[in-house]
Design a protein around this ligand. Structure first.
Ligand code: ADP
Ligand code: MG
Length: 241
């Protein structure tokens, strides 16, 4: 029996002579909201791009549901049950929500079918979205909902969100946190990337902290003080907290 959904061992990514991710270990359990916490440049986005088949690791292992896997493309990641909401969206402005979703599916589905499913999902997860609206007319928060609904359409076991609140208003962030709680209640896992301690302490069950491409700690953020988390993230003593 393997209790973890995803187990990452010594994952390493170099860009030339620079090591962005240096032997990273990470374990994600079913039904948890797991934070990947670290300052800008810590290697968070690089790590999750390897988990979603966007970047190829130089070395290391990824074990998914007990099986060693090689995730070479986003299509493979989605097939395993991994969904991703990127920090920077890749949407076609001139197309509708449903047309954008159709383009990203690995199989051919009618626009009418996608519209209906996307509408139903957006309602049930509290992320209102009109599938027939054009992306150009939508706010950045609404665009993020497209990415989330697009990921949910594949019924993922793990959803990765890369700094999702950086583009949201506080009200939109509150709605997103409700959605994440619902995903968790359904037994899905969430990998939540952030450098904001307050939200990690509010919504995450466990956290893995990265600094300069290395894991410097793992903890239950609700049991930590903000000062101890900050010191872990930044390194050394943090003055004034
Ligand atoms: P984070 O998401 O934690 O802010 P990133 O994973 O984006 O950090 O970046 C980690 C480090 O790797 C940074 O120093 C960044 O400049 C570098 N980096 C990221 N992508 C590339 C790339 N494609 N080529 C070269 N360096 C990169
Ligand atoms: Mg990043």
């Amino acid at each position: 029996m393997n209790a973890s959904l995803l187990s990452v061992r010594k994952l390493t990514k170099r860009f030339g002579s620079f090591t962005a991710c240096d032997g990273i270990d990470l374990e994600i359990r079913p039904g948890e909201i797991h934070a990947l916490l670290g300052e800008n440049g810590a290697g968070k986005s690089t790590l999750v791009k390897m988990l979603f088949g966007v970047l190829a690791p130089n070395s290391g292992d990824i074990v998914w549901n007990g099986d060693h896997v090689n995730i070479a493309t986003p299509a493979q990641a989605r097939k395993l049950g991994i969904g991703m909401v990127f920090q920077h969206f890749s949407l076609f402005e001139a197309l509708t929500v449903a047309e954008n979703i159709a383009l990203s599916l690995d199989r051919s589905v009618s626009i009418a079918d996608i519209s209906e499913k996307a509408r139903a999902l957006s309602i049930s997860y509290g992320l209102p979205l009109d599938p027939n609206s054009h992306v150009a007319d939508l706010s950045v928060g609404e665009r993020q909902r497209i990415e989330i609904v697009r990921a949910l359409l594949q019924n993922p076991k793990l959803i990765i969100l890369d700094e999702p609140t950086s583009v949201l208003t506080p009200q939109e962030a509150d709605k997103l946190f409700e959605t994440l709680d619902k995903l968790k209640a359904e037994g899905r896992s969430v990998l939540y990337i952030s450098h904001r301690l307050d939200e990690v302490q509010r919504i995450c069950d466990r956290a893995t902290v990265l600094r300069h491409g290395k894991v410097v700690g793992a903890c239950e953020p609700r049991k930590e003080t903000a000062a101890s988390l900050a010191s872990l993230m930044v390194g050394g003593d943090v003055a004034g907290v």
